[in-house]
Design a protein around this ligand. Structure first.
Ligand code: UD1
Length: 422
């Protein structure tokens, strides 16, 4: 199994190209099920999660082609579709649940496996289910599968979400494009990936108003057509690479980055002593003089500080001057990187949803284990700042969400290599 070996201490200088957003692409791909005409996505990231979604869609009867070295995904769902999303694929990735809304909208029925427990928390699907029930679906849980059906198709409805769930907003948004009448999603998630999905659906002929705000109104149409759509920049990959020069020193321009994608995060970086400047090509990040200062962070739905950058920010705080508090409010068990960072000499105390980090002068390299996607990259960032060698094992988590991490960091001067035989 692959591992990544990092030797800390090098300053970073240069450019890192930021890929298309994994989370946007995973929501855009199931939209192929809403139309019999082709849907082509450009600027797709080359990640194992994208391959998992391709396999799921193929198992449902869609044609999915990966072109231009994976940067273009050409999909077509012109034939009959199979309406059962099998556990064997769904268990690999929670985002598989995003086929539920489109299948229900297209066929009026679907059987989708529950994704099961995930390392970062329970992650139930009650918000998706309640929302689709409000649109006339009858949904039952049998043998680990959600059995959903409608009589005469989905109907537009007022759909208040008890929490602004990203996935539930995406599922309802897709389902509502083909429902009869008007759907109003209240307390909708406002993430940029929702806007990207709405933009693509609009190109396909959907009538959507308010994406990016808490109230999204969708007027159902009879059919959707095809579209070609570029996936937006990955704000989590962007934030992760913005932390690399912050933690190591130096300056890096993240190509394709925009301030509007990472505003809350960039404000925290500024407070910690890292400058972020928008350039015509992206975001230029440099550590200001002196040691990083401790700051407090609380994760929140967009536009707040993203939970998907909490682990990486903790890596930065491990060597900051002072004490920082990182509060996780989105997932109940998202501090599994903390024990691994302790092995590298960090000082972290986790009590419930708050991690208190007391900065140390220097971390020390150690063998550590990746526990989930964002945790694994936080250990790489910590390794870049540590003395000697850090070997991060179980990096299959990393490959789910970061393309060519060792090449991107290596190109700006990091000492990092992938080991295939350890
Ligand atoms: C998406 C992102 C993920 C990110 C998360 C929060 C994708 C593919 N993944 O995940 O990277 O960390 O948003 O920004 O886009 N919840 C329920 N019931 C539900 C649905 C969610 O209780 O029916 C809870 C979850 O357990 C979690 C919280 O709501 O505690 C947020 O979940 P949600 O916004 O749905 O996240 P995902 O769409 O799964």
């Amino acid at each position: 199994m692959d591992s990544i070996c990092v030797t800390g201490g090098a300053e970073l200088h240069g450019e890192i190209p930021i890929a298309g957003a994994k989370n946007a692409c995973l929501a855009l791909m199931p939209a192929t099920l809403l139309s019999e005409e082709p849907l082509t996505l450009m600027n797709a990231p080359r990640l194992s999660d994208i391959k998992t979604m391709s396999s799921l869609l193929q198992s449902l009867g869609s044609e999915v082609q990966s072109l231009q070295d994976g940067k273009v995904i050409a999909m077509s769902s012109s034939g009959p579709v199979n309406t059962t999303a099998d556990y064997d694929i769904v268990r690999k990735m929670r985002a598989s649940n995003l086929v539920l809304g489109p299948l229900l909208a297209r066929e009026g029925h679907a059987i989708v496996s529950l994704p099961g427990g995930c390392a970062i928390g329970a992650r139930p699907m009650d918000i998706h289910v309640t929302a689709l029930e409000a649109m006339g679906a009858e949904i039952e849980l049998k043998d680990g599968y959600l059995h959903a059906k409608t009589s005469g198709g989905l109907k537009g409805a007022k759909v208040p979400l008890r929490f602004a769930s990203v996935g539930a907003t995406e599922n309802v948004l897709m389902a509502a494009t083909l429902a009869k009448g008007t759907t109003v999603i209240e307390n909708a998630a406002r993430e940029p990936e929702i806007i990207d999905l709405a933009d693509c659906l609009t190109k396909m002929g959907a009538q959507i108003d308010g994406a990016g705000t808490s109230t999204i109104t969708i007027q159902g149409v009879d059919r959707l057509g095809g579209a070609t759509h570029p996936v937006i920049t990955d704000r989590i990959e962007l934030g992760t690479y913005m932390l690399a020069p912050a933690i190591c020193g130096g300056d890096v321009e993240c190509l394709g980055g925009r301030m509007s994608l990472v505003e809350a995060f960039a404000e925290k970086l500024d407070a910690a002593g890292v400058s972020v400047e928008e350039t015509p090509r992206g975001l230029k990040v440099a550590r200001k003089n002196g040691r990083i200062r401790a700051i407090d962070v609380k994760t929140e739905p967009f536009p707040g500080f993203p939970t998907d950058l909490q682990a990486q920010m903790m890596a930065l705080m491990c060597t900051a001057e002072g004490v920082s508090h990182l509060e996780e409010t989105i997932f109940e068990n998202r501090f599994m990187h903390a024990p691994e960072l302790l092995r590298m000499g960090a000082s972290i105390d986790v009590q419930g949803g708050i991690a208190t980090v007391t900065g140390v002068e220097r971390l020390k390299g150690a063998p550590v284990m990746a526990t989930d996607l964002r945790a694994s990259v936080s250990l790489i960032l910590a390794g870049l700042a540590a003395e000697d060698e850090t070997v991060v094992s179980r990096v299959y988590h990393l490959d789910r969400g970061y393309e060519h991490v060792e090449e991107k960091l290596g190109a700006v001067g990091a000492k990092i290599e992938r080991l295939s035989d350890r």
